[in-house]
Structure formats: C-alpha cells, structure tokens
Ligand binder design. Sequence first.
Ligand SMILES: [Zn+2]
Length: 255
Amino acid sequence: MSGKNHGGYHGETIDIRAVLRESEITARQHGWTAEIFHEAGEFKLPALKRGSVASSQKSVARIYISTGIHGDEPAGPLAELKLLQENHWPENAEIFLLPCLNPIGFTLNSRGNSSGVDLNRDYRNPKAAETRAHIAWLERQPKFDLYLCLHEDWESHGFYLYEQNPDAKISLAEKMIEAVKKVCPIDLSENIEGRAAHGGIVRPNILPHERPDWPEAFYLITHKARQGYTLEAPSDFPLPVRVDALVEAVNAALA
Ligand SMILES: [Zn+2]
C-alpha cells in the first residue's frame, strides 16, 4: 500500500476529457449507441447502450453499469474504458453503461460536483442538475436485472463490495471476490465503514425509506433492479491494480 491517502485521496488523477473521448470512440466502433442525457459545463454526459446479439429475445438480461460519480475515484472511468476496449460482453445481454456521472468532479479531483455536492447522496430528493438528469434518464429505461456501481475507497485495505439482494437471488458476490483476489488484495476486515463484513462482502440491512440521503444504489434497488452491487477498489493501491480489480469483478458478474 502507498500510505499516501490520509484524510482523502492523494493519488494519481486522470484526464477525464481524454478518457470520455476514448470511451465514446471505442463504444461507437463496437456498435454501441450513445445518448447525451445532460450537459454539465463543457461536458456532454453520455449514456451508452449495447443491444443483445442473441437470436432469441426471451432470455435477455438487462445490466446497468455506472461509474465516475465521485471525481476523486479515477479507477472507475478507466475500468469502463478497459471493458469497452476488451469488448467481452455476454451475447444475451443488453448493457446500459454510464461512463462518468460527475466529469467536473474529475477536473477538480473532488468527490462532489462543481458546487461540492456529493451526488451519491442526492438520489432521494435530488437537488443537483446532474442527479435530476440522471434520474430522468433512468425513468425512461426498462427495469434492469442487475446493477453494478463502480467506486473506490481511499480508506480500505483491499477490494470489497456491497450487495443488495432483497429477493435472495443467487448471489454473485463470492464469484466476484474470487475473481478479484487474483489481481488485487481483498479487504478482510470484519467491519467496513461501520458495517459487518465477511471476506470482502458487506450485506447491509438497509431500508432505503428510513434513510434521508440516498446513494445511487438506493434509487436503483428501489426503482430499477432487484439485485445489485457497489464495487469498491482500494485507492491506496496502484491505479492499474484498482482498474483490474473493477474489470475482473464486472467480468465475473457478467459471466
Ligand atoms: Zn465512491
């Protein structure tokens, strides 16, 4: 571990303009469509969509992947770019990919947006224009079978994830941890961010309606999907390790 991150993230930053440009070019090359759902300053925020290429539409899984809501977590946007470049997606899946929900945050290396608002606490009574536009876009989409939100945690000792699975569907958590273990240490703490954890998996007992400040994941589990994961790469490790951790976790979930 670098030991650099005291009181916040002090590691590498990325050129978010270049990452987003590259993502859109790569997505187009592989047949994705892009919809601009919001303009924030100089940035046009894209939602990328890849259709199913399976012959039967019956068993299509709809998978939502988002990242870049915290501007001091560079591994997420780099991971989505790597996933686009690798182009290994299940045939029978529709993928909805939000490559960066807070690009201005990346230009400031700040968690929040240009006004310092943590967008990932703004999904219950949204005030920020970015959140309102994102929710308006989500409302136009079908329900998803799975959501994956890609994050980093500058305080963690390794990779970990949060699972929301209220209907007790087959869990993907262990599969993801097994895959990530090969490229990045797992945070084996028994308490992560004040919640009981086991083997890098946090299964919080949360009733969104009892909480005032919703992260994106609460909106998703309440309105759009009945299973999902928030993936947390450890910011104290080298950036390529964190990117690989997120990529391996997504690939394991989709396999
Ligand atoms: Zn985050």
